[in-house]
Design a binder for this molecule. Sequence first.
Ligand code: NAD
Length: 461
Amino acid sequence: MSLRQFISTRGLLRAMTAVRNGAAVSWAEAARRLGLGEDLYTDPRHRELPRPVRVLLLGAGNRGSVYARYAQIAPREFQIVAVADPNPKRLKAAGDTHGVAPDRRFRHWHDALAVGRVALGADAVIIATPDREHTGPALQALAMGLDVLLEKPIAPTEAECRQILAAARETGRIVGVCHVLRYSPYFRELKALLDAGAIGQVISVQHLEPIEHTHMSHSYVRGHWRSSQNATPIILAKSCHDTDIIRWLVGDHADNVHCFGNLKWFTAINAPVGSTERCMDGCAVEHECAYSALQIYWRDRKRLYVFDLPEDRSHWSELILQGLRETDYGRCVYRMDNDQPDHLTVNILFRNGVTAGFSMEAHVSYEGRRTRIMGSQGDIVGNMETFTLTSFRSGERKVWSLKTDAHGGGDHRMLKDWLQAVGQRDPKLLSSSIEDSVESHLMAFAAERSRLQRTIEDVRL
Ligand SMILES: NC(=O)c1ccc[n+]([C@@H]2O[C@H](COP(=O)([O-])OP(=O)(O)OC[C@H]3O[C@@H](n4cnc5c(N)ncnc54)[C@H](O)[C@@H]3O)[C@@H](O)[C@H]2O)c1
């Protein structure tokens, strides 16, 4: 067994943590101390692929770019051979970065797929288009014999999710869904401990998804996802990661779901006196508003990727102001056409009797999921950076520190597993089967029905 494989078993990491008697050791720190440049969470089943997986990238926006970056890190595993995006700047940037031939750059996913699999020279497709542009390319790509990596949410309706599941089964192609949290060290360690019975039987789970208030305003009040009709309901768009994670940790099927939630704050009735349609229109309260677009984008320079700014920063100031004048990102958060709830709470009953409570909260100053898992022999309390396991019998407490990035370092690990699954033609290399992914979405659809109709809903794949 190589050192890397030995470390990958995580046993040594746990031992190090335990030896320090409650003090936290981050996995990155442990790796550094051992002089190990490699990822501790690499799957030992991974092999060197005979050639890179050749991919058609559909959607070169935020998520598409995150995945595409991996082609530069691991060119022997992953090559982008074609790209489609109607945004000319993004199309050019992705095409140039990855050396895509001019006749392999397209303005619509439809045009790219029309070329055909062999002529494209692609093995697989990454679908990172907007939520309402997932089903069409997914079904067509599967019918053409391409493997698929599909951004979540799988599709905006339950019927479409089932259609994609049926097509995946019929064609036998590999379909990965970007449930990136499953690949974070934090959730991997939690899952491994639960499976090893570290807190006995799981009895119940409490899970909180704090969206952080300006993230909420950016994506779900001003941004593309503000409309549940144009995108998908927020329980799907934001929280299908959480229904998936809870289901995965519990390790059983959900039976029933119930949800309360509404849009309470980001509405016209809460618009302050003196506020204007746009923050730059002479709003009287701009300097005291937590959602001032001038503050967030122009002064603090946060979340700027939506403006497609050039690398040369010399004109950024005026370009951001232009963006605030011309796009939705400069509009008042109280005068939008948004309908996504800013708080919701979901109760889930699993087939094995475990109950889970899940809350999604916009009105918070922090991000990072919070988890409490109650077991028959102990409990776990975590915040996506560290978690503490306490044994009831001995009272002993152990702390794990697993701080990484916003997705817990899961983006590229997830992509790597998918590339390995495609390259080795083995869907078992994926953490989540398409069945599991669809079921996590059915939980979210059931929650949304419950929220709208005040019912308790069944979940049946
Ligand atoms: N896994 C996650 O954690 C995660 C996080 C954020 C977003 N998402 C999902 O990823 C998807 C993409 O989100 P994003 O944040 O990258 O959005 P984005 O707007 O940054 O990128 C989407 C891109 O698709 C392009 N596009 C639109 N229509 C197209 C078409 N017909 N053909 C080809 N390209 C087209 C757009 O021009 C844009 O560049 C969405 O479904 C979103 O919900 C997933």
